[in-house]
Design a protein around this ligand. Structure first.
Ligand SMILES: Nc1ncnc2c1ncn2[C@@H]1O[C@H](COP(=O)(O)OP(=O)(O)OP(=O)(O)O)[C@@H](O)[C@H]1O
Ligand SMILES: [Mg+2]
Length: 458
């Protein structure tokens, strides 16, 4: 990287002497004879380091330059030069964020050292910024939507183990997002630019699965008309995702164990031993420990696969994630269906919260998709929801007698919703379409809140 140094000094011989020196060292150099000129260079944006005198004629001092840089372009180191006997000013400059200071007459060697060190730091920080940018744009973890404590734990774990070589076993009920987790693991690893191969182990017959994973030689079995490279070969340098790992038979289990232990295998019908570098992620909605106990799954293989265990919790245990997911899916299906549904009315929302979601996120996703298609107005109503979801709520009414005031009706409504949600105020506020603070205020107004509320369950 060729860095550009800006030298600001009103003394011509210092400015030009330093310029010549740093140019000889291979830097690009710009010179300015006062602070104002210096700021003009900085604002153009290609300066990596500033060396500035403090006292200069004209309206803009070295201190002004320093303050401008720390405020506007804080990554650029500023080295301050001070006249003899102005240590106070130098101390103040350090306080204001200068990288270092030197007193005149200058010790050139020392200045060169300081510049070199400062630019090494800058190079690292630029590389770091670049890395962060890449992580932000290409490898969004935000594909895993979830703000609940349970999902935050999953996301932290994913980030932590993504770049390790160790095998990861992802478990959880159907539709919880096991594949989403596997995708994130690959995308956040340094293997992200190499292949990510997915194998659905349950979808293939026993012999087919073996040749699918490990490949086969020409003529190794009837129908094997040409050499076929298996998924492990295809995944070399990258990641393989073995979905529904609980379904694989004993033969494949043995071969898989060997790949995990020795990174070696042979194609079906082949003699040659192949070696691969593949990161293995496996997923299952079975309880593998029980499969091991029942003798259907090799224990040694189970331990190999289960290097790190990521358990994705079912949606009913993290209902806090429902609003975020609902919104994300609403946006997606509005776009796909050319619609502009704004949201869900309160009864629809209540039904969605209440429902248990046995099919987890996938079921919620389908629910939002069909509701968007069904919705005829601005909002999705209870009638737009799939019957499985709306049914429960339709049969549950709150009785509000004729002849009572609006306030009394509101009190009943709040009380009963709160009870139906087991005292969870965030959820109740969401369902009622009001903020938590408003709910809190109303609870106090209606005398529904105890004194020890603050510590009660959320
Ligand atoms: N946290 C999440 N954020 C956004 N979308 C998600 C999330 N979890 C799951 N999904 C979506 O839900 C659907 C089901 O997820 P996925 O296929 O990963 O589930 P699974 O656990 O692998 O299910 P199965 O056991 O049936 O294979 C997918 O469309 C996925 O995009
Ligand atoms: Mg899956």
């Amino acid at each position: 990287m060729k860095f550009t140094i800006l030298i600001i000094d009103d003394e011509k011989n210092i400015r030009e002497g330093l310029a010549a020196d740093f140019e000889m060292d291979g830097y690009n150099v710009k010179v300015a004879e006062n602070g104002k000129q210096g700021l003009e260079f900085i604002s153009k944006g290609d300066i990596d380091l500033v060396i500035t005198d403090l006292r200069m004629p004209g309206g803009v001092s070295g201190e002004d330059v320093l303050r401008h840089v720390t405020a506007e372009t804080p990554g650029i180191p500023v080295i301050v030069l001070t006249g003899h006997g102005s240590i106070d000013a130098a101390v103040q400059a350090m306080h204001d964020g200068a990288y270092d200071f030197l007193t005149k007459p200058l010790n050139l060697e020392q200045l060169e050292m300081i510049v070199k060190r400062a630019l090494q730091g800058r190079e690292l920080s630029l590389q770091h910024q670049q890395l962060l940018k890449e992580v932000d744009s290409n490898h969004q973890v935000d594909e895993i939507i979830g703000k609940s404590a349970a999902m935050q734990k999953v996301i932290t774990l994913v980030k932590k183990v993504a770049d390790a070589k160790i095998s990861v076993l992802v478990t959880g009920e159907s539709g919880v997002g096991k594949e989403v987790v596997a995708d994130a693991l690959h995308k956040l690893s340094s293997r992200r630019n190499n292949s990510f191969i997915k194998v659905h182990c349950a979808a293939l017959s026993e012999t087919l699965l073996e040749s699918e994973l490990f490949g086969h030689e020409k003529g190794s079995f009837t129908g094997a008309e040409s050499l076929h490279k298996g998924k492990f070969e295809q995944a070399h340098g990258g990641t393989i995702f073995l979905d529904e790992i609980g379904e694989i038979n004993q033969t494949v289990q043995v071969k898989l164990l060997r790949v995990l232990q020795e990174k070696k295998f042979e194609r079906v019908g082949g003699e040659q031993t192949l070696e691969v570098d593949v990161r293995v992620i496996a997923a299952t909605n079975r309880n593998l420990e029980e499969e091991v106990k029942a003798g259907r799954f090799r224990e040694d293989l189970y331990f190999r696969l289960n290097g790190i265990h990521i358990e994705v919790p079912p949606l009913r245990e993290r209902k806090d994630d429902i609003p975020l997911l609902m919104n994300a899916f609403l946006e997606k299906y509005n776009a796909e269906n050319n619609k502009n549904v704004k949201g869900f009315d309160s009864r629809a929302r209540a039904a969605i919260y209440k429902y248990d979601w046995p099919g987890n996120i996938r079921e919620l996703q389908h629910c939002v998709e069909s509701s968007v298609v069904m919705a005829s107005g601005d909002e999705i109503t209870l009638d737009d929801l799939p019957p499985t979801v709306s049914h429960q709520s339709k049969s549950e009414n709150i009785a509000i007698p004729v002849g009572i005031s609006l306030d009394e009706a509101e009190k009943i409504l709040i009380q009963q919703n709160l009870a139906a949600n087991k005292g969870n105020k965030s959820k109740t506020a969401d369902i009622l379409g009001i903020g938590r603070k408003t709910l809190h205020r109303k609870l106090q107004e209606y005398g529904l809140e105890n004194d020890d509320e603050e510590t009660s369950q959320e």
